[in-house]
Design a protein around this ligand. Sequence first.
Ligand SMILES: NC(=O)c1ccc[n+]([C@@H]2O[C@H](COP(=O)([O-])OP(=O)(O)OC[C@H]3O[C@@H](n4cnc5c(N)ncnc54)[C@H](OP(=O)(O)O)[C@@H]3O)[C@@H](O)[C@H]2O)c1
Length: 330
Amino acid sequence: MNTPPTMQALRVHHFDGPDAWRLESVATPALAADQLLVRVLASGISFVDLLLARGGYQVKPDLPMTPGTEFCGQIAEVGAAVAGDWHRGQIVAGTAFGGTWAEYVLASPQAVVALPEYSEPALASDLGITGATAVHALEGRARVQPGETVLVLGAAGGVGLACIQVAKASGARVIASASSADKRALCARTGADATIDSRDAHWRETLRTLAPQGVDVVVDTVGGHMSELAFRSLAWNGRHLVIGFAAGDIPALKTNLALLKGASLMGVDIRQFPLKEPQAAQANLQRTGALFAQGQLRPHVAASVAFQDWRQAIALAQDPQTVGKVVMHW
Ligand SMILES: NC(=O)c1ccc[n+]([C@@H]2O[C@H](COP(=O)([O-])OP(=O)(O)OC[C@H]3O[C@@H](n4cnc5c(N)ncnc54)[C@H](OP(=O)(O)O)[C@@H]3O)[C@@H](O)[C@H]2O)c1
C-alpha cells in the first residue's frame, strides 16, 4: 500500500493546554535515506508527553508541534541507505522526540526494535521510553543483582511498573511505594513482593520492617521529600537512581549521607543516552524488546482510546484517579 501524501496528526498550537490542540490534516513526513517511516498503530500518553505538550519540559519545541515520544507501529517505508533486515509491514516499537501522536512518524533504525508479528500494539506502545528507561536504570546503571532489594517510588506509574518487572526479571526483591490501595494492588499484581503506602506518616519505619538491613537500589521517579527518606533507607553500597520529579520539587541531599552508606547517586536520562552512548542505547532497546517478547515487560493499559477521541484520552491520562497507562490508537 502506498503511503498517502497527507495524514492526521494531533497538533499543539499554543502551550495553554488541550483547548489549543487540534487533530488535523498535515503532510506525511518525507523519508530521508537513513530513516524508517512507521505507520503508528498505538502511542501512549506519558508524563513527559504531557509536559512537552504544555511547554513544561526542559527542551521547548517550536509550535505548532505534534507531541508523543513512544509508539508501536508497522514499517511503511525503508530509507535507501538503511542497513539491516528491515522491511515493510514489520511490527516495531520505538521512540521519536515528539511526533508520535500522528498516523506516520519518522524514526532512526537505531531507535526502534523489531517485535513478534502478533504483538498487541497497545501493550508494546510504551517500550521506546518507559520500558527502555527501566532497563537502562536497573540493568545499565544500578546493575541490580539477584537477591538484592529494590525500592520503587511512584511504583504504579508507567516507569514504576516497568521497573517492578525489570527488577523481578533480574531476580531482585521489590518493595513498591504508591499512594492508594488500588495502585498498591496493581503493583502487587505486577510482581512487587511487598507494598508500602507513600502517604504513611511513619513511612521510613514501615519500610524498615520490610527491609531491616536497608534497600540496595532506590528507583526514584518522584523527587520531593520522598527522595531523602529513600536515600536514608539505603543499605551499604546502595544505589539511588534519579529518574524524575513527578512530585514537582527537585530535592537537595546532604553529601554526608552518601559517605555514611558508601552509596551512589546515579542519574538516568533516556533522552541523552543514545546521543552519548549510541551502541549501548541500541543494545538497551533490544534488551527491552526481548523482555517484552518473553512476556516479562508489559504496561498496565487503563484505556485504549481512538485518536479521534483524543480529548477523552488526554482527560483520562490527566486524571490522578486513573491507574495505568492511557494509549491512543488509529
Ligand atoms: N530520566 C528519564 O530518562 C525519564 C524517562 C521517563 C520518565 N521520566 C520521568 O519519570 C517520572 C515518572 O514518569 P511516568 O511516565 O512513570 O509518570 P506517571 O505514569 O505519570 O507516574 C508518575 C507517578 O508519580 C507519582 N506522583 C507523586 N507525586 C505526583 C504528582 N504531584 N503528580 C503526578 N504524579 C505524582 C504517582 O504515584 P502516586 O500517586 O502513587 O504517588 C504516579 O504514579 C516523570 O517525572 C518523568 O518525567 C524520566
